[in-house]
Design a protein around this ligand. Structure first.
Ligand code: C2O
Ligand code: CU
Length: 505
């Protein structure tokens, strides 16, 4: 059952499959990379910047010559970039002019619970006064037409992002375009001689597929089919598109000078993982120098031949194009794709420019958490399971994605945590799952009994887990009391109930 999103605003969002566009795909590397515009505050006072965002449908040209209806923050995909400074508050008033309820999560933010985008906290469309009855009773309306999210920004410089988080519908709503960057800086970061301004480039990478009329394609399963043999497997593994977009443009190119650039790479795909590499690689063989992880700068730079990146992860990278010659053309490839999904974007190297940047050997001070800091240990198994009477099922038991055998229940607490505590979570996965915690930032303590992997450095909020992996993380639950979620960030897995509750008190 592949249907257009427009046909399913209110159906049960349990969906996913490998999609094939029904429209001729554009040639690669024909359009320049756009940079999402930085949003201007509508007002500032002594300690706060105030923003307004309108969530609305818009018709945009993604594939040359055809129109695609997106749902965008200010009608844009990606949404506008918000730039914030540690210690200075940000208030974003989101107005909902979409035909569906929404809720915004600042991914990687330490945010009070009422502003964190809890999946059943809903902002109804302007003019809508009730929620469709299909959606159960645990929902809470936090806004009629709009809501002001407050972000204290009491955390170090990091590449954060904001996106929709509505229960059961995060996959289709993000797929439609509800995602943007939120770049947090601080004095420490600003004191470093890193590439900046037009050499500090956010890259939002995601995959989509398009129907013959240019509309976004997203699979849909009729709720009345749920639980019938053969139906479930079609959408179980997540949605994979066949068009790779960077900042909303298919396979773009970027002109670069022979100097260092900073790329803040975000994998905003619903389910696709990438292994990125420069082709040809620089003479030394290392494509990237990593300087930051999900939620902050590393202590010292790490050189990477390749970068494996799962949904929701961010890697802050430096690429030094002075290792190339003027006229060189370099492809950013995805070793986990094939055919066109093996291509991401292209860099065209032109002349030499003034080089002012350096990669300092010391980037930041990271407090190393130790196993002895943790008084509580928990175990979580992320795997398939069966849901009987969850909010997701109006019919017979269905296969779903579960944590410790249980599908998400907004009313059940899965981890009761003390404010300020550090805990060891031992997480095991049956297949690939990027596991994300709200509120808590963490460090990877071990991977499959050994040391952390090559991509585990620094403070993280999402850990990429492979088939049969066991990872131990040291998570610190500081910030605020309240109820937060943790979940798989394969958005179809999340929508199919692979989510739990943390209560911090
Ligand atoms: Cu990026 Cu709970 O989300
Ligand atoms: Cu998953």
């Amino acid at each position: 059952g592949v249907a257009r999103l427009a046909d399913r605003f209110f159906d049960v969002g349990l969906t996913g499959t490998r999609l094939q566009s029904r429209i001729p795909l554009p040639r690669e590397f024909e359009n320049p990379l756009p940079i999402p515009p930085v949003l201007r505050p509508v007002r500032r006072d002594s300690d706060t910047d105030y923003y307004r965002v309108v969530q609305m449908p818009a018709s945009v040209e993604i594939l040359p010559g055809s129109r695609t209806e997106i749902w965008g923050y200010n009608g844009m995909f990606p949404g506008p970039t918000i730039r914030a400074t540690s210690g200075r508050k940000v208030v974003v008033t989101h107005q909902n002019r979409l035909p569906i309820p929404t809720v915004v999560h600042l991914h990687g933010g330490k945010t009070p619970p009422e502003h964190d985008g809890y999946p059943t906290d809903l902002v109804l469309p302007s003019g809508q006064s009730h929620i469709h009855q299909l959606e159960g009773h645990s929902l809470r309306v936090i806004g009629h037409g709009e809501y002001s999210y407050e972000y204290p920004n009491q955390q170090p410089a990091a590449t954060l992002w904001y996106h929709d988080h509505r229960m059961d519908f995060t996959g289709p709503q993000v797929y439609r375009g509800l995602a943007g960057f939120y770049l947090l800086t601080d004095d420490q970061e600003r004191s470093l001689p890193l590439p900046s301004e037009d050499r500090d480039i956010p890259l939002m990478i995601c995959d989509r597929s398009f129907d013959e009329d240019g509309s976004l394609m997203y699979p849909s399963v009729d709720p009345s089919l749920m639980g019938q043999p053969g139906v479930v497997n079609e959408y179980m593994d997540g949605v994979l598109g066949d068009v790779i977009l960077v900042n909303g443009v298919p396979w773009p190119y970027m002109n670069v000078s022979r100097v260092r650039y900073r790329f803040r790479v975000l994998n905003a795909s619903n389910a696709r993982r990438y292994r990125l590499v420069l082709d040809p690689p620089p003479p030394e063989g290392y494509s990237f120098t990593q300087i930051g992880s999900d939620v902050g700068l590393l202590e010292s730079p790490v050189r990477l031949h390749k970068l494996e990146i799962a949904p929701a992860e961010r890697y802050d990278l430096i690429v030094d194009f002075s290792a190339y010659q003027s006229g060189d053309v370099i492809t950013l490839r995805n070793e986990l794709g094939n055919g066109k999904t093996a291509l991401v974007m292209q860099f065209r190297v032109s002349g030499k420019a003034d080089e002012y940047s350096q990669i300092p050997s010391r980037l930041s001070e990271i407090e190393r958490l130790a196993a002895s800091d943790a008084l509580v240990r928990r175990r979580f198994v992320f795997a398939r399971g069966v849901a009987r009477n969850s909010s997701h099922t109006s019919v017979a038991p269905v296969a779903m994605w579960t944590i410790n055998g249980q599908p998400f229940d907004p009313m059940r607490i899965d981890a009761d945590v003390e404010l300020g505590a550090t805990e060891i979570w031992r997480i095991t996965t049956n297949v690939h799952h990027p596991v994300h915690l709200h509120l808590a930032h963490f460090q990877v303590l071990s991977r499959n009994g050994g040391p952390p992997g090559p991509y585990d450095a620094g403070w993280k909020d999402t850990v990429d887990m492979g088939q049969g992996d066991t990872v131990e993380i040291l998570a610190r639950f500081d910030g605020y009391k309240g109820k937060y979620v943790f979940h798989c960030h394969n958005l179809e897995h999340e929508d199919m109930a692979m989510m739990g509750n943390i209560r911090v008190s």
